[in-house]
Design a protein around this ligand. Structure first.
Ligand code: CDP
Length: 212
């Protein structure tokens, strides 16, 4: 019998397309969606506005307070905020401070879609369907560049690629909840798929998993 009110976990590296896929899955299945990267970005933005030191785990922990006011801030998507988010997300104290609200979101009775780095492994290990969305670094760098250009920002592909490699390295090497493909997650490589094809494949994989 198909699972009703499912929890769907979507994890993957920077610019893999996981956000687009998670939003599309939420629409398709009529579920609420949480982009957990936004929480880490909000902590980073809070810290930057205070003038707190990103090298200090204590300062980053203090910046975990009062995030609700920042969740729609335009600056959340900036590269500066993304860079600091990638650093402060390695602190165990920051991850612990953000844990409950993510678990609560995943545990709501009607089901939910969450995307991030550790949803299938730490936040919702019991999720009904898990996707690990990835793409080769060069493709992800090109997508991030297109995204930046569309927002009127200029950047060079080589710099964006260096940044993607640095984020991959920090995401997978950190001791606290590193980026890993959960053993029961389905791999979706979007390197050769456009947005539409990637979304269609994600829906197919999740439907197949939920029908089991
Ligand atoms: O846009 P990008 O994919 O680079 O980042 P994001 O998904 O908006 O997340 C911002 C930062 O938060 C990333 O650098 C991740 O390292 C971190 N993050 C995390 O550690 N755990 C999550 N569940 C989500 C994001």
């Amino acid at each position: 019998m198909p699972t009703s009110n499912p929890v769907i976990a979507v994890d993957g590296p920077a610019a893999s397309g996981k956000g687009t896929i998670a939003r599309a899955l939420a629409r398709h299945f009529g579920l609420p969606h949480l982009d957990t990267g936004t929480l880490y970005r909000a902590v980073a933005l809070n810290l930057l506005r205070w003038g707190g030191d990103p090298e200090s785990e204590f300062a980053a922990l203090r910046a975990c307070e009062g995030l609700a006011a920042l969740t729609d801030d335009e600056e959340l998507r900036s590269e500066a905020v993304g860079g600091v988010a990638s650093r402060i997300s390695a602190y165990p104290a920051v991850r612990a401070a953000l844990l409950d609200r993510q678990r609560e979101f995943a545990g709501q009775p009607g089901g939910a879609v969450l995307d991030g780095r550790d949803i299938g492994s730490v936040i919702a290990p019991e999720a009904n369907a898990k996707l690990f969305v990835t793409a080769i670094a060069e493709v992800r760098a090109q997508r991030r560049l297109t995204e930046l250009t569309a927002r009127g920002l200029s950047a060079h592909l080589e710099d964006v690629l260096i940044d993607i490699h640095a984020r991959d390295e920090r995401d997978s090497r950190r001791a606290a909840a590193p980026l890993v493909q959960a053993a029961d997650a389905l791999l979706l490589d979007t390197s050769e798929l456009d947005r539409e094809a990637a979304v269609a494949e994600a829906i197919r994989l999740v439907e197949q998993r939920l029908a089991r």
